[in-house]
Design a protein around this ligand. Structure first.
Ligand code: ADP
Ligand code: MG
Length: 278
């Protein structure tokens, strides 16, 4: 059921990164999409950027493409890229759009290609090294043209963006969804950039839930990359830095597997997750 919250006077722009574990469980997926619909119904402008790692793993397994992982990135061949794009757009993106529409709001699915939203370039592993490692069609976002997003938001749609983007030559790249979401949040000067994941936020010790960092400023993050921020948390925190450095007002890492995370954070102003400010 869509809960009614007080309709707010001031429209805020919210970018939500959705992916990973919070995505494979249908019940959680439905509750996250319902929460997104509630933000929209309360009058906010909402953009969703999503990944789909588990779905990509499953299709590549089915078609028997084995991937080599280098520094946490899947080396992406043209053949793999074809299946990745099919899955992200044809299955994951279209599934989220279907769900949001079914829940009563209007979503439009797009990738970084649509309306010239994103421009990417090839990403190398250990870019600074003498012999950087070629990751195939794994890309970095170089530029976002938010026009298409503003057009959709002005018409009251919820844009749902898949993390695929082209380079200048028209090659297609697989982009880390955290990085794509951070770039989008910066480019549209989001009031809130919310990264949904499967833990309660950034912790001093990732295995100790009581060590959650509730609030910190963007300049305090750098030293934490030595020991505290590891694995999948690295692109999330980097994406928060990118978002804030490019114009987002605030960023936060929250647990998307808990019910009502987004409405608690945005509509009820509860201090949940890790809040990163300028
Ligand atoms: P998603 O699928 O949401 O992208 P990831 O698995 O890529 O999630 O990243 C989230 C994971 O990052 C957490 O489950 C946790 O294991 C790991 N992590 C690494 N460092 C930290 C930290 N300092 N605090 C919390 N989680 C951390
Ligand atoms: Mg991840």
């Amino acid at each position: 059921m869509l809960q009614t919250h007080t309709i707010i006077n001031q429209k805020e722009t919210i970018v939500i990164k959705y992916g990973g574990n919070a995505m494979v469980n249908d019940e959680i997926k439905r509750s996250v999409m319902l929460n997104i619909c509630e933000l929209h119904a309360a009058g906010h402008r909402v953009v969703v950027v999503h990944g789909g790692g588990p779905f990509i793993n499953s299709i590549l397994e089915k078609v028997q493409i084995t991937s080599e992982f280098i520094g946490g990135h899947r080396k992406t061949t043209p053949e793999a890229m074809k299946y990745i794009e099919m899955t992200l757009l044809g299955e994951v993106n279209s599934g989220l759009v279907t769900l949001i529409n079914h829940l009563g709001q209007r979503a439009v699915g797009l990738s970084g290609k649509d309306g010239g939203l994103a421009r990417a370039s090839k990403r190398f592993h250990q870019e600074e090294a003498e012999n950087p490692v070629d990751l195939g069609q794994v890309g970095n976002i170089d530029q976002i043209d938010p026009t298409i997003l503003f057009d959709l938001l002005d018409k009251n749609y919820i844009p749902v963006v898949a993390c695929v983007a082209p380079d200048e030559q028209g090659n297609t790249y697989n982009i880390n969804a955290d990085m794509m979401a951070g770039a989008v949040a910066g480019a549209i000067s989001a009031d809130h950039y919310c990264v949904l994941t499967d833990v309660d936020g950034l912790m001093m010790d990732k295995d100790d839930a009581s060590s959650l960092i509730q609030q910190l400023q963007v300049h305090e993050l750098q030293p934490l990359f030595q020991k505290v921020i590891v694995g999948g948390m690295i692109p999330k925190i980097e994406s928060c830095q990118i978002a804030i450095d490019n114009g987002a007002q605030s960023a936060r890492i929250v647990n998307g597997t808990r019910l009502k995370t987004l409405t608690d954070a945005i509509l009820e102003h509860k201090p949940i997750g890790t809040i990163i400010s300028k």
